[in-house]
Design a protein around this ligand. Structure first.
Ligand SMILES: NC(=O)c1ccc[n+]([C@@H]2O[C@H](COP(=O)([O-])OP(=O)(O)OC[C@H]3O[C@@H](n4cnc5c(N)ncnc54)[C@H](O)[C@@H]3O)[C@@H](O)[C@H]2O)c1
Length: 342
């Protein structure tokens, strides 16, 4: 039996947002293992009449997120730089009986004008926003025309502008969820308020990626201000998944990561997940009734993560620096200010 069957928007109701950060609450556990696939964690859920946006939804984890959400009846907009790149997935889902309609719209997160155009074109309530798009470890310091470091611009500042621009649409949902796809890389790089764009310190591809992913977690903490609007915001680490994300890594790094053999063949090690497994935590946070009212938290392997100091044991967890409410508010102000001048 479906567990959650809204037949029209007026029948949708969720409990009020509970708690703000993991620091002041018990850890949330679910029955799902780290290997559960996206469709499994929302089996039986029916979200017909709901509407979702998935950034970067034409490939990798995002595409699996789109498949699983659309299968519950959600109408999904894939927000992508080249909408035509989503055509195969749009066609695929059009052939799935009872799936929600899947379409695509142009969005370049590194371009404030593109984010603005997407926001302006959006009409009506928005129930689910999955901030999934991302780039990783650009080998050289790359700046947007506005002078922002490209990973920070794409992974966080663009998503911040998108989510805040869509705030009225999320509020109009009456029970909206924002899901931020972060990474375990956040643990090694707190947000550097003195030099976020690597103007003074030497550029480091991993520090830039990690910082942008810390920013995503801090956003979920800063978004506690949206709880009264019945908008919940949670972050996650999808785990290790071989996708196009690794395209900027050279062969030596790929070998060091254990995903390439001596002959240059891609061969993910056993601890790597498939994209469908990698999308499970995104989908859990976006659509599972288990997450009703939960906000400001960080998950990995389909469970809420424990708090750790930095990246000392590399075994997972969410770094305390990414849950710091003062840093979260400071980053919110910073992102608001830079987006205003963009
Ligand atoms: N694959 C992993 O092992 C892994 C681990 C941790 C976190 N993540 C995160 O998961 C998310 C999805 O990554 P993936 O592994 O599916 O890789 P992917 O490269 O398949 O997906 C990333 C998507 O983001 C889109 N994108 C990039 N720049 C954009 C821009 N400026 N505007 C709009 N869209 C843009 C790409 O077109 C692509 O569709 C990313 O945020 C990534 O950081 C992935």
């Amino acid at each position: 039996m479906p567990t959650n069957i809204p037949t029209d928007r007026s029948s949708l109701s969720l409990s009020p947002a509970r708690s703000t950060t993991q620091l002041d609450s018990a850890i949330l556990t679910t029955p799902f293992t780290s290997r559960a696939r996206a469709e499994e964690v929302i089996e039986g859920v029916d979200l017909t009449c709901r509407r979702a946006v998935v950034t970067g939804g034409a490939s990798g984890i995002g595409a699996e997120t789109v498949r699983a959400l659309a299968a519950t009846g959600v109408e999904v907009t894939i927000a992508t730089r080249r909408p035509e790149s989503a055509d195969p997935l749009v066609r695929e889902m059009a052939a799935v009986r009872s799936a929600g309609r899947v379409g695509a719209a142009a969005l370049d997160l590194s371009d404030p004008a593109s984010v603005d155009a997407f926001v302006r074109a959006w009409a009506g309530p928005l129930d689910i926003l999955v901030a999934n798009a991302g780039i990783m470890a650009l080998p050289t310091r790359t700046l947007t025309p506005g002078g922002w470091e490209m990973q920070l611009a794409t992974n966080h500042l663009g998503h911040f502008a998108l989510a805040t621009g869509l705030h009225a649409a999320l509020r109009a949902s009456g029970s909206a969820r924002v899901v931020v796809v972060s990474s375990g890389a956040h643990r090694s790089a707190p947000f550097d308020f003195e030099d976020p764009h690597f103007e003074r310190r030497p550029y480091d591809a991993w520090a830039a990626y990690g910082q942008s992913k810390s920013a995503g977690v801090l956003f979920t903490v800063g978004a506690r201000r949206w709880a009264a609007d019945r908008i919940t915001v949670n972050a996650l680490n999808p785990g290790y998944i071989l996708t196009r994300l690794q395209r900027h890594l050279d062969d030596d790094t790929m070998r060091a990561f254990g995903v390439m053999d001596g002959e240059g063949n891609l061969k993910p090690p056993p601890f790597y997940k498939t994209p469908a497994q990698g999308a499970a935590t995104s989908v859990l946070l976006a659509a599972s009734p288990l997450l009703d009212g939960i906000t400001g938290r960080y998950f990995e392997d389909n469970q809420e993560a424990r708090v750790v100091q930095g990246d000392e044991d590399r075994a997972g967890g969410v770094a305390a620096h990414a849950l710091d409410p003062e840093a979260a508010d400071r980053l919110w102000e910073y992102a608001t200010a830079v987006n205003r001048t963009a």
